[in-house]
Write a protein that binds this ligand. Structure first.
Ligand SMILES: [Zn+2]
Length: 125
């Protein structure tokens, strides 16, 4: 299950950052999931709750997931555009020589939690 390894990596990234920022409880994690990442948001939530369960810092964190649409960049004319109807070709010049500029990854955008002295902390990556 792909989502389980993604959730484990998310957990690791936020856990390391929370330790560095002296955050003792994380209550919200904001994530972007690319449309080409093959990650299903509901499966990711389920996987994360398995990975984070019983963890004192991340055990009660909820996920806020945003879908990130795909953006292609043409290698021939350098036009950038969103994918429509799954067509991997340039809308400007018709070339099939395009690369995926956005939409392939799962990114932790930020998280929110509380520090040891109960101050609210928002941290980005
Ligand atoms: Zn083009």
């Amino acid at each position: 299950m792909h989502e389980l390894s993604v959730a484990a990596e998310m957990f690791r990234v936020v856990r390391v950052s929370a330790r560095r920022e002296d955050v003792v409880v994380v209550d919200l994690i904001v994530i972007s999931v690319g449309d080409l990442s093959c990650v299903h948001p509901s499966a990711l939530c389920a996987a994360f709750s398995v990975v984070a369960q019983d963890d004192p810092v991340l055990g009660n964190a909820s996920l806020q997931i945003y879908r990130q649409s795909v953006v292609l960049r043409c290698r021939r004319c350098a036009a950038g555009h969103a994918v429509f109807n799954g067509q991997f070709s340039c809308v400007a010049c018709g070339s099939g020589r395009v690369r995926v500029e956005r939409g392939r990854d799962v990114i932790v955008d930020s998280y929110r939690g509380r520090s040891r002295d109960d101050a609210e902390v928002t941290a980005g990556q």
